[in-house]
Design a protein around this ligand. Structure first.
Ligand SMILES: [Zn+2]
Length: 68
């Protein structure tokens, strides 16, 4: 399992985001916009998984920490 960096990071993208999602975050609910929300098992902070807006050839995963 990856070490928890949820309290120091706000946004992750690309390969780093995928690894962090798989290695650290637990699958959670889906929010009102149909986005996947993932929860950190350590801090219980939530992250929204998004795709970068158009303009790229490949979909790029973007993780954004949910601010409270
Ligand atoms: Zn964490």
């Amino acid at each position: 399992m990856e070490s928890c960096r949820c309290e120091v990071l706000n946004v992750l993208s690309g390969r780093v985001a995928q690894d962090y999602l798989r290695g650290h975050l637990a699958a959670g609910r889906t929010d009102g916009l149909g986005r996947q929300v993932h929860r950190c098992p350590v801090t219980e902070l939530e992250w929204v998984a998004d795709r970068s807006p158009g303009g790229y050839a490949d979909d790029v995963l973007v993780l954004r920490r949910v601010l409270r």
